[in-house]
Design a protein. Structure first.
Length: 245
């Protein structure tokens, strides 16, 4: 991926941070563009770790729900530093509740962040890739919840299933330009997102009887970003220990 810029949204913690670190460690001549919304201090910590690998890094701060803000900040970064080779669309939130008592803002916030962020971030990025004839890589982040549904997550499942459909459609539009678009669907991954869930009970549902690690997701993203993955597009690849095959 030498001398190429990769934007990773939601990369101040969790899967996003581990993905940024994994790509940086294995591709030290790549520039990582980190993104955060509300915690720039954590993003700066990740930036320092990346730079320790000899890889350059920057931080952008914006709310993926805010279309105008996304466009202005992303376009300004591209204008100053050049087009992105790759984007990992990782930023997302969950606000779980059973559907009959789900609040309007629980639905709206999750859909506007997870699915609205797909449009808000990728629209300016894709236009730049096309204009600069970049044969790039786009990786979106869905979830096992988007494939199989999950009780108490109608909003989250809807947003993550929507990402799968949007990924497949966009891959068809961009294939002739040499831009691949793939989706990673993690299962239950050991990050702060699993705090409060009955882990021992969940493990009983996983054929491998353990939670996944963020590194296991990151390694797949790293491969999909590589030149070796240039003939893979429109795919949904699960990292879930065998759940819901």
């Amino acid at each position: 991926m030498g001398n190429k810029r990769i934007l990773i949204t939601g990369s101040s913690r969790g899967i996003g941070a581990q993905t940024a670190l994994y790509i940086a460690k294995n591709n030290p001549d790549t520039e990582i563009v980190l993104h955060c919304n509300s915690n720039p201090a954590k993003a700066q910590d990740v930036k320092k770790e990346i730079e320790a690998f000899g890889c350059s890094a920057g931080v952008l701060q914006f709310d993926v729900k805010n279309r105008v803000q996304c466009r202005e900040i992303i376009e300004n970064d591209i204008k100053q530093n050049g087009a992105y080779y790759g984007v990992v669309l990782n930023a997302g939130i969950a606000k779980d509740n059973v559907f009959p008592v789900m609040e309007d803002d629980e639905w709206d916030d999750v859909l506007n962040t997870n699915l609205g962020g797909f449009y808000n971030v990728l629209k300016p990025v894709v236009m730049s890739m096309i204009e600069n004839r970049v044969k790039g890589r786009i990786v979106t982040m869905s979830s096992i919840s988007g494939l199989a549904g999950n009780r108490g997550q109608v909003n989250y499942s809807a947003s993550k299933a929507g990402i799968i459909g949007a990924t497949k459609a966009l891959s068809l539009e961009l294939a002739k330009r040499g831009i691949t678009v793939n989706c990673v669907a993690p299962g239950v991954i050991d990050t702060d997102m699993v705090e409060g869930i009955p882990v021992d009970e969940v493990k009983k549902m996983i054929p491998m009887k353990r939670l996944g690690t963020a590194k296991e997701v990151a390694s797949l993203v790293n491969y999909l970003m590589s030149e070796d993955a240039s003939y893979i597009t429109g795919q949904v690849i699960s990292v879930n220990g065998g759940m819901y095959r």
